[in-house]
Ligand binder design. Structure first.
Ligand code: PRP
Ligand code: URA
Ligand code: MG
Length: 227
């Protein structure tokens, strides 16, 4: 595959040696749902930390126990957690949202109920319910959580609600994702060229059922044991 940043210049692909083993477990069709939860939580923790580090930060010089200075920096999630809203695309996105809340419990939370219609040829996304903080426009950063980016229908539906209905500026949004593919990246680049994307893997393509290949199957079904 060509450089995926040629498709979407806002893309960051996580570069951690730990990902290989974690993906080996969660991509395996013989991995049980209990194991899937364990290994995907480990992976999502890495993704959540990297995403928080991607948010605006400020320099913080501290003193260590050896009376030395350390010139550090802190993400806005650590200094002002109430200025950051983490939004899940229900249902699979809830798993990733909880990884963020495990790290920073004070983050604001929003939820968008969006499901693919698996009976439609294009797997169109259907939005049924929204629960977001009222002051979304005042957030310094909004993290959109969805582990899978396939056709891009679900995430662009979510982004449209955030931007068009709630007035969130696209450059304030970071989309946190476990596995994506060129089709979804292309749609996001076209519709939301200012939204940053942080992913753990860019897979090859979609199959005839619009599932990512090699992929890992239906993330929500495997995580919530509804296979
Ligand atoms: C999955 C996944 C994404 C969407 C990605 O959700 O969690 O939201 O599909 O596909 P797309 O890019 O083609 O829209 P699904 O509709 O299966 O719901 P679930 O989370 O309840 O399993
Ligand atoms: N949703 C998933 O959970 N997996 C895919 O491969 C595509 C959409
Ligand atoms: Mg699903």
């Amino acid at each position: 595959m060509n450089n995926p940043r040629d498709i979407n210049p806002r893309l960051t692909v996580l570069n951690s040696r730990a990902l290989k083993g974690l993906f080996t477990k969660i991509r395996d069709k013989d991995t049980t749902s209990v194991e899937f939860v364990t290994y995907s939580k480990r992976l999502m923790r890495l993704l959540a930390e990297e995403t928080l580090a991607h948010l605006p930060s400020t320099p913080h010089t501290i003193t260590t126990p050896t009376d030395s200075k350390y010139e550090g920096e802190l993400s806005i999630a650590d200094t002002h957690p109430d200025k950051v809203c983490v939004v899940s695309v229900v249902r699979a996105g809830d798993s990733l949202l909880e990884s963020f809340r495990d790290i920073v419990p004070g983050l604001r939370v929003g939820k968008l109920w969006i499901q693919r219609n698996e009976d439609s040829p294009d797997k169109e996304a259907i939005h049924s319910c929204t629960k977001l903080p009222k002051n979304m426009k005042d957030m310094t950063s909004v993290i959109l959580c969805d582990p899978m980016l396939a056709t891009g229908g679900s995430s662009t539906t979510a982004l449209r609600i955030l931007v068009e209905e709630y007035g969130v500026e696209p450059h304030r949004i970071v989309f946190a994702n476990v596995v994506c593919c060129p089709e979804g990246l292309r749609l996001l680049a076209r519709e939301f060229p200012l939204v940053d994307i942080i992913t753990c893997a860019v897979d090859k393509e979609l199959n005839e059922n619009k599932y990512i290949v090699p992929g890992l199957g239906d993330y929500g079904d495997r995580y919530f044991n509804t296979v």
